[in-house]
Write a protein that binds this ligand. Structure first.
Ligand code: NAD
Ligand code: UD1
Length: 310
């Protein structure tokens, strides 16, 4: 184990802060770069001497350069995670979601840091799944600025791999859920919003008819994959889907939350969001071939842990 820290951009956020805990728990030193737009200081064990925290923006090339200097590897998670936010504000989200990636690549090249784990998204496939499980070779059809920025980031990582020897491990996450996913914005992940509103007895808004489906993946199950990608001697070539090949509709999700909470508040069906993907389900054969998958945390158990979080 190297004493050099692992840099986690977006490390104060939902997925990032769980990874910080896991890596610190294994004895690694960790450095976090986060602008706290969605992340929180409270998500980080700031009193741990092996954790360094830099508050700032991945769109700031000078700051990224400082953050990357001396690191053993990078996990690049910083981004505006909301698809809808990118539709509403493509210019500003592009700074975080694309320029940030380019800054990370360039700083890694300059400092000779090789390994980078990148959080791409199922959004790159658009509606090309047509209700079937989507494998990685499915033609890409980014429908939103968010998806276009993720796909462009993948291409730039591949350019830096070919040209400068970077070792990118690219994951296309489907829908990750669990404790610490911030429910406070209308742009937040659907499970975090629905569970919070169910607990508070506030009306729940469904955009569309609720029959759209997602492949939900519990955050605790993701950590082992991210850590393997950091540690494996050779990175897996190409992008790898992260999902369970299970489609859950929002209506099914609501029924499950209702049964755990002893009922649901009013559910209000609105117009579907523009650019919203109808069905999203991962073909995960490449994931199974290339990584050791932990046993799946069942949806109901993941929801229970989320509902019971402090
Ligand atoms: P999150 O919003 O909790 O985490 C993102 C973190 O990045 C936040 O702490 C935020 O403050 C920070 N950030 C945003 N813009 C920044 C900037 N310009 N500079 C520095 N920090 C910035 O979301 P998350 O769900 O933990 O997502 C982590 C990554 O995984 C993102 O790249 C997201 O696009 C990707 N992803 C998430 C999901 C999911 O279902 N949650 C699925 C696919 C991909
Ligand atoms: C999510 C992630 C995105 C990731 C993608 C990969 C977040 C915020 N978004 O996008 O980063 O790249 O998965 O698959 O983590 N909805 C409602 N009511 C609400 C909120 C949402 O009906 O109050 C609906 C949405 O219209 C959508 C579904 O729920 O149909 C899921 O929305 P959301 O959680 O925002 O996720 P994705 O858009 O799938």
């Amino acid at each position: 184990m190297s004493d050099a820290p692992i840099l986690i951009t977006g490390g104060a956020g939902f997925i990032g802060s769980h990874l910080v805990d896991a890596l610190l728990g294994q004895g690694h030193a960790v450095r976090v770069l986060d602008n706290l737009s969605m992340g929180k200081r409270a998500n980080l064990p700031l009193d741990n001497p092996r954790l360094g925290f830099i508050e700032g923006d991945v769109a700031d090339a000078r700051l990224v350069d400082q953050a990357v200097a001396g690191c053993a590897a990078v996990v690049h998670l910083a981004a505006v995670a909301s698809v809808q936010a990118s539709v509403d504000d493509p210019v500003s989200t592009h700074q975080s979601n694309f320029v940030g990636t380019l800054n990370v690549c360039e700083a890694m090249r300059l400092h000779g840091v090789k390994r980078v784990v990148y959080a791409s998204s199922a959004a790159v496939y658009g509606n090309n799944g047509e209700g079937q499980a989507i494998d990685e070779d499915t033609p890409k059809a980014p429908l939103t600025p968010y998806a276009a920025d993720k796909l462009a980031s993948e291409h730039y990582l591949d350019f830096y791999r070919r040209q400068h020897g970077l070792e990118p491990a690219i994951f296309r996450f489907f829908n990750i859920f669990g404790p610490r996913q911030d429910p406070s914005s209308p742009y937040s992940g659907v499970i975090s919003i629905f569970t919070q509103r169910a607990q508070q007895g506030l009306p729940i808004r469904v955009f569309g008819d609720g029959e759209q489906t997602r492949d939900f993946f519990y955050v605790g199950d993701l950590l082992a994959l991210l850590i393997q990608a950091l540690e494996m001697p050779q990175v897996v070539a190409g992008a790898v889907n992260v999902g369970w090949n299970q489609a859950v509709s929002l209506n099914q999700l609501l029924a499950e939350i209702g049964s755990l909470c002893g009922g649901l508040p009013a559910v209000d069906y609105r117009a579907a969001r523009p650019g919203d993907i109808r069905h999203s389900r991962a073909d995960n054969r490449r994931l199974q071939d290339c990584y050791r998958l932990p046993p799946a945390t069942a949806m109901r158990e993941g929801l229970r842990r989320l509902l019971n979080q402090g």
